[in-house]
Design a protein around this ligand. Sequence first.
Ligand code: AKG
Ligand code: FE2
Length: 373
Amino acid sequence: MSAQNSRIIDQDVDTESKLLTSGLGLKRALNDSARSVPVIDFSNLDSDVLDAKLYDAASNVGFFALVNAPFVNKDDIDRQFEFSEKFFARAKAVKEQESPYDAKLNSGYEYKLQVRPSTQLKDEKESFQVTAKESSMETRWPKDMGPDFEANTREFMGKSLELAKMVIARLQRERRRRRRAQGGEEEEEEEEDIASKHSLWVENESQCTLRMIHYPPFDSVEEAEDQAKMGYMRAGAHTDWCNVTLLYQRTEFGNGGLECAANPRRDGFENTEWAQIDHTNPGAITVNIGDMLSRWTNGDLLSNLHRVRMPEGEEALKSRHSMAFFAQADESAVIRAYPGQESLTAKEYILGRIRSNYGGTTDKAVMAAAAAV
Ligand SMILES: O=C(O)CCC(=O)C(=O)O
Ligand SMILES: [Fe+2]
């Protein structure tokens, strides 16, 4: 990777690293901010109004919740969560043996391996990552869970990608509309259809990932409090690397804790507050903009910082389950650069970000994989 390309990636990582020194990474969220993220209901909106609402949310907040969205319904989400919960319920040694982790492939099962630049500590979670390449997954599907796990996960990823592509296409269409309205047509960059640059199960191309996540319960409320005092998070503050993330949450008690930066556009990333994101709306799908799409739109869309705070009180005795579908452009897609920068491929970008998150681990196999990135 060229020196300039590493610097480009470092810039995005810097936003996260600064949280460590500024103290913001550990600051508590604002009270009563639970419904701060726009909710967009697909059932009764005219298509153009929908585009405009999505665009406003994506450019001002970077996070929004979709209700009655097409392609993925509540039953699909519940069913995939059942599989995910069954997966994590097995012994750690079995999960490690059946689905060995490979950082470079963004695939397999990991237990507390991800170290966020914003905390320099391990996230308090275990996850199973499915990256949509046969070569990444053939030795990682859990054998002891029967064929339905793989079949359902593939189907769920297919539906998730359809929804993600629709969101991307609507955002791009609305951006074009607004630029034209502002008379910026001449400077309009060559049209490219970002949504079409995402595939599943294409060798040497596909990079979309479904991450099933389990944040384990603590042995006691005090244990969680002590960990929190040491600076641990369930997931340290970060921005996502992808174009868009679909974040699936459970509604039950104990599954809360997702928070995003309240207003980084106004206050700056280092000075913003934290706002809670609701997890109690059944069937709602939280969407957030990732760094790739922010770059592609020259910063017009906001890739917002977010985190999963430590559980508070009795929450500590409960698991949090979530699933994140990362729509990441195909390896060969060229991500438009900010003015004055070199463009880089989606493959280079993702590998660079993996290295910034898994390079610090002490696990030998993961270190070797990350070093080779
Ligand atoms: O579990 C969550 O709600 C958030 C997960 C997340 O932000 C991520 O994995 O990138
Ligand atoms: Fe995230």
